[in-house]
Design a binder for this molecule. Sequence first.
Ligand code: PLP
Length: 405
Amino acid sequence: MKDISEIRADFPILDRKVYEKQLVYFDNGATTQKPQCVIDAMNDVYTTYNSNIHRGVHLLSDLSSEAYENARETVRSFINAEKKEEIIFTSGTTGSINGIAFSFGERYINTGDEIIISHLEHHANIVPWQMMCERKGALLRVIPINDKGEIIIGEYLKLLSSKTKLVSVSQASNALGTITPLNDIISAAHEINVPVLVDGAQGVQHGNVDMKKLDCDFYVFSGHKIYGPAGTGVLYGKEKWLSELPPFQGGGDMVDKVTFAKTTYNVLPFKFEAGTMNYPGAIALGRALNYVTETGREAIALREKSLLSYATKRLSEIDGLKIFGTSDSKISTISFLLKNIHPYDAGMILDKMGIAVRTGTHCAQPVMDYFGIDGTIRASLCFYNTNEEIDSLVAGVNKVISMFS
Ligand code: PLP
């Protein structure tokens, strides 16, 4: 792996000042910063070959179509999917889950059927299923969690039944950092032929993800959380599902033949890509994934593990600080509260010191309800962060505490 100063130099924004203080960016769970090569890839589209994809016979359209399809191949290889046809570009995790919830609901769900999610989910993996359940008269079942913020597998096994039609869980909790035991969840569901969707929004950027090994049926993630542009995302689905599911949007490019009497649909993956796609974004996402591969996914995972353990140790030493989410198996995200201090107040003061953390419910209100709190302060770290930045956070938190005491 490159040394840390070289890595940080890849991300121009990390150099900036906030209120004349050096920026410390600990909000990577919300969105990651972009390396120059991703910014360049996006610029390159618009400055040298911009043209709509799959439509023109002219050179520019050929170039952008080729770059877009190359990006699809990059995604396939990055997550080790079997086929390129199984990779659909979307607007993000939210777009991907809504799409599957709609299509799956239309094709397979009837009154009284059940969908299982967990208590740890982001709203993006709750609300689309609730909407589908409402439409179809189905029921949402929720796997409970324990005080460490872990899914209780024994309770999950009790929920699985002949009524279960799909299980949808996140790879890691954005609010607490807990990593989900996906192998146990997927194998138990598959034993009774139930498909599993994995929300990889907080997983794909933290280590190797391999569709052939994981064997989930659907896998979704957002480009902007893995150093790519906002408004990009991926929906992976096994071909056997995608070929059976109806499209979730109609329009240009997703059709084969259109008449007023009947429309037939395009082949995979185009059947699920209606209208003008965010091709500059998808191309730049491909560059982001290549950047991650070049940097080294194992090395990234190791570095983040070391940052997590240093930050956990340093923050735990602070009197009055309580960490929420204490599983042994976590991504580099730490949620905490300071005794008697509202997280917004703490976040605003830290901001004035140049430290960007997230405060609030993190779009995971049921997790906050479980702990009986309004929200937390969340520091989500990634491989370009440093122990020195963690020291700044610790100093900042101590200052916040002293201001309120
Ligand atoms: N799922 C998880 C676990 C997330 O952390 C997020 C975003 O924070 C989402 C889904 C939604 O992602 P997006 O807003 O990029 O669609």
